[in-house]
Design a protein around this ligand. Structure first.
Ligand code: XIL
Length: 376
């Protein structure tokens, strides 16, 4: 740690002595005051303790499920949220704002405003951006999903979309999730993916080639959930990655989303999975980490649950730190206030590292400490 950050740490640690460790889920404190941590890093933002060859990121809340909540657009309207976003992270992933349904709502109209705002914010705050996503079965606009297009038209639509969106942010995107969730749990190509169903799996390689032409500097990724343990899905990705590389397709990385539930145990084989892709010469990344749990009747997690959650977060971070070219570690949001989890998994929640009021859970402290130790 530098002298400057030591001083900052001491000042912040002193100012946080009164803060208690565990806050109720809907605590009133909105000061964003950090809870006291262990060791000398309390109060030092994650991005300041993260090893230099790793990006520490978060999803930027907006669009998607947020549109149905009774709060305004988080990224645009929540100032304390923006402060934490800028202060803690050096990588930002638009949670929905670059998805087809959002950025390309009509056939001949793009909606770049919200994505532009995130890219601008990131530049101003010294953050890189992860682009998400170009070829996916979900969150496609109705004009596309329900349209009647010939194969040639569909191919042209995808190509034009990729050149337009990737081209717009050329030179400003660290990593693109080019293909998202293309395999099912059995390792078969998902037939609900319009591109794969209509054009065949070869379209995946084309998407990578087009993205690379549109932005030669962006690292291009395969991204999925359910790849935290070995199995048919991981095997399918490994075989695909080998094939794409053999065909000289510009594939640069493989990412585990890491949407975890405490129902299924910590992903203790994640390191081995990432290593398989590292061995192919690819970057690896964690792109959407959260750890949900079954909430007690009170709605407030027990201390034991929070400890377990912290261990899950640490298991994932340790896996990434242990693999040479795991270069990006992203949380799918940092506060429960805006988490997608309660909306999509109704009995589960509390999946992020901060409470609604941005005070920190044990998982935050554990990440901070683990990062600081790794940075040395
Ligand atoms: C989720 C968003 O968090 C929600 O706001 C939205 O309503 C649905 O999508 N895998 C992905 C992400 O790749 O894009 C998803 O994000 C979560 C699962």
């Amino acid at each position: 740690m530098t002298k400057k950050s030591r001083v900052a740490a001491a000042v912040l640690a002193a100012s946080t002595l009164l803060t208690i460790g565990v806050q109720p889920a809907r605590a009133e404190n909105t000061s964003g005051t950090p809870a006291a941590g262990h060791g000398g890093h309390a109060g030092v933002p994650l991005r300041r303790v993260t090893p230099r060859d790793l990006k520490i990121g978060t999803a930027v809340a907006g669009g998607g499920h947020h549109l149905e909540q009774d709060y305004p657009d988080p990224f645009t309207y929540d100032k304390p949220y923006r402060r934490v976003l800028a202060g803690e992270f050096n990588s930002a992933s638009p949670e929905n704002q670059m998805k087809w349904e959002f950025i390309h709502p009509e056939r001949n109209r793009y909606n770049f405003g919200p994505a532009d705002a995130i890219v601008r914010f990131a530049r101003r705050h010294g953050q890189v951006v992860r682009g998400h996503t170009l070829l996916w079965h979900s969150q496609n606009p109705a004009w596309l999903a329900e349209g009647q297009f010939s194969k040639a038209e569909l191919r042209a639509i995808l190509k034009q979309h990729i050149f337009t969106v990737v081209g717009r942010y050329r030179g400003q995107i660290h990593q693109w999730d080019v293909a998202n969730e293309i395999f099912d749990g059995n390792g078969a190509y998902r037939q609900e993916n319009i591109w794969i169903r209509e054009l065949g799996p070869g379209i995946v390689a084309d998407a990578f080639r087009w993205a690379h032409q549109a932005d030669p500097r962006a690292q291009l990724f395969l991204n999925d959930y359910g790849v935290e343990w070995p199995g048919a899905k991981v095997d399918a990705y490994e075989a695909l990655a080998e094939q794409l590389l053999a065909d000289r397709v510009p594939l640069h990385g493989f990412a585990s989303q890491a949407h975890l539930s405490m129902r299924y145990g910590a992903p203790d084989q994640l390191r081995a999975v990432l290593q398989r892709f590292d061995d192919l010469g690819l970057y690896t990344a964690i792109t959407e980490l959260d750890v949900r749990m079954d909430l007690p009747e009170s709605g407030v997690p027990t201390a034991e649950q929070l400890t377990t959650q912290a261990q899950y977060y640490k298991t994932v971070l340790d896996a990434c730190l242990a693999v040479d070219d795991c270069n990006s570690f992203t949380l799918w949001g940092f506060t429960d206030k805006y988490s997608w989890v309660p909306v999509f998994f109704p009995t589960e929640g509390a999946a992020t590292v901060m409470w609604d009021d941005f005070t920190r859970k044990p998982a935050y402290e554990t990440l901070q400490q683990t990062l600081a130790e790794a940075r040395g």
